[in-house]
Each structure stands twice: as C-alpha cells, then as structure tokens.
Ligand binder design. Structure first.
Ligand SMILES: C[S@@+](CC[C@H](N)C(=O)[O-])C[C@H]1O[C@@H](n2cnc3c(N)ncnc32)[C@H](O)[C@@H]1O
Length: 219
C-alpha cells in the first residue's frame, strides 16, 4: 500500500525523467554530468532527503543515487528538481548489480549506505545487501582516498560489515574509527536521513562506520 502523502509520486513527469538514468552498460560519469568532478554515491537513498540536501550543499561535486523502490526514486527526483540540483542523477534498481557491472573502477569519492534494510532475524541475515561479495565490488569502485560511510541501528549489521571487510586482503581500507573500537555511536550528522531521525527520536542507538580506501590495488 502507498501512503497518502506518497501518491503524487506514482506519476513521473518529464522533469523527473531527466534525472533518472536507465543504464544498459557501464556508466560514464563525465558524460552523464557533462563535466569531471568528484562523484558520491548513495545506496538505498529511500526518500532521498540526505542525497538532495548533500547535492545542494556541494554543487561542485556530482551525486549518484540508487534505490530499489520506484516511488521513492520519483519522490527524490521531484525534490532534487525543486532544489535545482543539476548534479544529481538517480537509478531505480539493484545496488549489487550497479557496483558489479556499471560503476567504473576507482571512480567514487564517497559511498553512503545509511540504514540499509536490517534483516535482524538470524535466519534472514543472508538477505543483507552488504555482504562480502558486495564489499569486494565496492572496494573496486572507490578511488584511493575515497570513503565508505555506513550507519545502522542494528549493531549486529555494523559488526558484520566490519567483520566482512576484515576478510578482504589487509591494507585496502583504513578504519577512521579504529581508536573508538571500530564504530562511533549516535554522532551528530549534518543531514539526517528519514530513518536516522526516526531511530534517534525513539532513542535507538545508531552505529556509524567510516573507512578510507588506501592506494593499494585490489588483488
Ligand atoms: C531502511 S530504508 C533506508 C532509507 C534511507 N537510507 C534512510 O536512511 O532514510 C532502506 C532502503 O534501501 C532500499 N534498498 C534495499 N535493497 C536495495 C538494493 N539492493 N538496491 C537499492 N536499494 C535497496 C530500500 O528500498 C529502502 O528504501
């Protein structure tokens, strides 16, 4: 069922289509944005608040977002268009395929995965998006010095992500929060996502990860 406030996003308008890519082969960011700039990717952007606010705050960089639910993609295209963000492009689809097949090697300056579907039950954990294979693809796509930022109210998911990263050859990533034991909890953020605000409002503890890609090549 679609919430009443979302119904107006069932119909896509031409100005939305301009922001939504339908790639059938590897992406060429400089052709998409008609310039060469640092590229940030948000995976599972949901209602798109973080993505469109970040893009408006950083007009000198380009922003790509991928989200599985079409209605959320249309909503984000609507708000990005309203904010006049020329530097945003959206894809409706699966992030796993995007990283494996469509994003060029070492092309991403930041990757955000904020409140991915948590699949908290033990028997459902294998459905989590951020698994070993996914992290391998992500490592290939992030440029040296680029960062991977992850947040979840499901502590176990954050732990699993760090543990999966540790199975990659050592030296590919530096953990920015190593001195804090690997994570930080409940840190203030500039543009909270819809899920982040909800979890903070009900007092849930949120785990944040930040890692920086080194210059080491992926073997
Ligand atoms: C819990 S919501 C969080 C949304 C947003 N990041 C936030 O914090 O408000 C997770 C989002 O990830 C999307 N998603 C789940 N699996 C995905 C996949 N394989 N590729 C792209 N998006 C996905 C879902 O449709 C959903 O909108």
């Amino acid at each position: 069922m679609v919430a009443s406030g979302m119904r107006r996003y069932r119909q896509r308008k031409p100005e939305h289509d301009q922001l939504i890519l339908q790639p059938n082969g590897p992406l060429e960011p400089s052709a998409i944005f008609a310039r060469t700039a640092k590229l940030r990717l948000e995976i599972g952007f949901g209602h798109g608040r973080f993505l469109s606010q970040m893009a408006a705050a950083h007009p000198e960089e380009d922003f790509l977002g991928i989200e599985a639910l079409p209605i959320r993609v249309t909503k984000t295209a609507h708000w990005s268009h309203k904010r006049g963000a020329d530097n945003v492009r959206l894809i409706c689809g699966d992030a796993d395929r995007l990283l494996q097949q469509l994003i060029p090697e070492q092309s991403l300056h930041r990757v955000y995965i904020l409140f991915p579907d948590p699949w908290p039950k033990q028997r459902h954990r294998r459905r989590r998006l951020v698994n070993r294979r996914f992290l391998h693809s992500l490592t290939r796509c992030v440029a040296p010095g680029g960062r991977f930022i992850f947040a979840s109210d499901t502590h176990n998911y954050a732990m699993q992500t760090l543990s999966n990263l540790s199975t990659l050859p050592s030296g590919l990533w530096v953990n920015n929060y190593a001195a804090d034991g690997g994570y930080r909890f409940n840190i203030p953020t500039r543009f909270p996502t819809v899920f982040e605000e909800h979890h903070k409002a009900i007092g849930n503890r949120i785990a944040y990860l930040m890692l920086t890609r080194t210059t080491m090549a992926l073997p």
